[in-house]
Design a protein around this ligand. Sequence first.
Ligand SMILES: N[C@@H](CCC(=O)N[C@@H](CS)C(=O)NCC(=O)O)C(=O)O
Length: 312
Amino acid sequence: MTPLRFLYALTLLLLPLVVAWFGLSVFSAIVLVLLLLLWRQGLVLSALMNPPAGPEIELETIINSHFAEKARWCLDRLGVEYTEKPWAGIVGVFFRGRTVPMLNVRTGRTRASVCESSEILRYLYGRYVAERGEAAAFLEPTPERLAWEERLDRYGAQLQVWIYFHLLDDPVQCKEAWGANSERIPTWQRWTLLVCFPVFVGFIRRAFQPDRDHNRKAVERIEALLADTEKLLADGRSTLLGGASPDFVDFTLAGLSSLWAWPEQFAAGRYDEDRPAFQSLPERMRADVERWRAAYPATAAHIDRLYADERR
Ligand SMILES: N[C@@H](CCC(=O)N[C@@H](CS)C(=O)NCC(=O)O)C(=O)O
């Protein structure tokens, strides 16, 4: 939001107070409303005449978000220039009602936004396949890849239940994971996170219901998915669906699994100092990770290899 739009929104909020405070007449209130409508129209037209400056492509994220990592990885792989705008966890969804990743692109005189990691990948393929050819082939949405992505996205959602089951009872780690200590997050967001933390925790508990029972079911589903990837990878193939080089399904599996595999090359190492150390995570969470690494060695090795070889 530009400063002028912010000022407009603030004025809109304060207007009823001004009217009540000064005991203005109905006629004066109508004049103020008309002036505000005029101001709004001015903002719309000036935005059209002077398209906002700023990056051509911007990815709004939460640093440690696994869905953001999926989109970030595909953007990196595609090799397009973009700017990342990290937010403190929950601030964006709570106050703006949008999830991350969110891609903002300049479209002529206006800007367009795409939410949902899968929709972002579809946009990137459509936008860049003609221009980049082979370099965009890893994003081609074949029916088989799309079916796997759908399953993997559900696995990503189960992982959210699992991680919140462990993290919500550990406020220090939870705040850190949401970016409370990160210098890259605007100060106002970090303060908002600290002040609103109990409300955010309540919101997440309502949204994900990460209690013992739900966590058990989530873990069952996570393990069912990992058992299936393990079967595919058992023949020694180097990509999940058997292609010659990794595609977006591999990056989706690895990016979403970053929540438990905790790879060193997460986000290509851009946020090393903003991630909690694996050893500092709750013990029961680490126990699950060790169990998964032992039970699904081919999948764990695939994820580790993708991060080591493809995410530098
Ligand atoms: N299905 C969505 C899931 C996105 C999602 O759940 N994102 C989480 C972070 S992993 C989020 O936006 N949380 C809200 C927030 O922290 O602001 C996608 O694929 O993008």
